[in-house]
Design a protein around this ligand. Structure first.
Ligand code: HEM
Length: 324
């Protein structure tokens, strides 16, 4: 996947990485955000209606192997699983379509985003940092949220801790354009729903658990049986806003089941694999296209730049170990 030709996007992407480095500290070899994670493997089996929505290869095949990365928020690789700041959680899915050919879904456990553009999100993060320790109101973040009601709504949306990664629902937030074999196109947003049902803990209950309780439970659970999720897509109607992640579509919009993910095992060499894997919010596969949501191109650039840095740090570490 190449960096975009647009210099402004690349410059903004680099500003984000600097911003996260400032907020979370430098942790070479780890993601600038969603740093603490684990990989699982399994398969995707399409549902009966998937091919009617998109002609993408994995919706037309019996099964496709997948790798899934569950993660905590923030760029702190040791963030305890049981603190509120570790929410929202992440679930990134890679569908292996062929030799070095894949398509991804990058989703989080909160449905929505605070700002339409990356520039505004960066302003919000800067305002947050500038407000740290400030006692006089209004602080920069209060001012930002006062002027951006959708950001305020996102900040106020509850972000509870899941009882398990297998008991959380995930939302890919940015709309994509799904095209079937007849050329019929619909905009949609992925929602990934746990087969075991959603279960959240209150902060006090979470605080009583261990700081690795979610990742420990994940390994234990997959050791005992399959962890299943349904991949669904909420379809937009004519006239719905499809280029703005702050805008929710009415809950009455049709949700179509695209298939089932069944996770069956952990990944050998998990840390190295995580370091190497760079997920891409743009599908880059025939049958699923990016929408005009400005977050997509920016995020693709941010994840790629952060990923290349992580890989380089990983190789430097391995080289050091090799010579030690
Ligand atoms: C301007 C908006 C955003 C920025 C700047 C941003 C930034 C980042 C960065 C720097 C990373 C680390 C990437 C890496 O090194 O691989 C990351 C990862 C991640 N982001 Fe975002 N993000 C944004 C929006 C979103 C949205 C809307 C979602 C939810 C759909 C999301 C979900 C995730 C997840 C799940 C990961 C972890 C992916 C993995 O497991 O590799 N982000 N983000």
């Amino acid at each position: 996947m190449p960096l975009p030709n647009d210099e402004k996007i690349v410059a903004l992407a680099n500003e984000f990485i600097q911003q996260f480095d400032g907020m979370f500290g430098l942790h070479p070899g780890f993601r600038a955000a969603h740093a603490k994670g684990a990989l699982l493997t399994g398969t995707f089996t399409p549902g009966a209606r998937a091919a009617g929505v998109s002609r993408a290869p994995h919706f037309g095949r019996a099964t496709t192997s997948v790798t899934v990365r569950f993660s905590n928020s923030t760029g702190i690789p040791t963030i305890p699983d049981n603190v509120p700041n570790a929410n929202p959680r992440g679930m990134a899915v890679r569908f292996h379509l062929g030799e070095r050919v894949h398509t991804d879904i990058v989703s989080q456990s909160t449905d929505g985003f605070p700002t339409k553009t990356g520039q505004e999100f960066l302003e919000m993060l800067r305002a947050l940092v500038a407000s740290d320790g400030m006692k006089t109101s209004p602080t920069p973040i209060e001012q930002f949220l006062g002027a951006h009601p959708k950001a305020l709504a996102f900040v106020q949306t509850p972000k509870p801790t899941p009882a398990s990664f297998a008991r959380e629902a995930f939302f890919a937030v940015t709309a994509l354009r799904f095209i079937n074999k007849d050329g019929a196109a619909r905009y949609g947003r992925y929602r990934i729903v746990p087969e075991a049902g959603v279960e959240h803990l209150d902060d006090a209950a979470a605080a009583r658990l261990g700081e690795n309780f979610l990742f420990d439970e994940l390994v234990e659970r997959v050791g005992k049986g399959v962890i299943a999720f349904r991949v669904t897509v909420q379809l937009a109607e004519e006239g719905d806003v499809v280029d703005d992640s702050t805008v929710h579509w009415p809950e009455s919009r049709e949700v179509v089941e695209l298939g089932k993910i069944e996770l069956t095992g952990t990944v050998t060499g998990d840390a190295e694999e995580q370091r190497h894997t760079i997920f891409d919010p743009i599908p880059r596969v025939d049958g699923i296209e990016a929408s005009d949501d400005p977050l997509l191109e920016l995020r693709a650039a941010v994840y790629l730049i952060s990923g290349r840095r992580r890989r380089a740090a990983g190789s430097a570490q391995s080289a050091k170990i090799g010579t030690a």
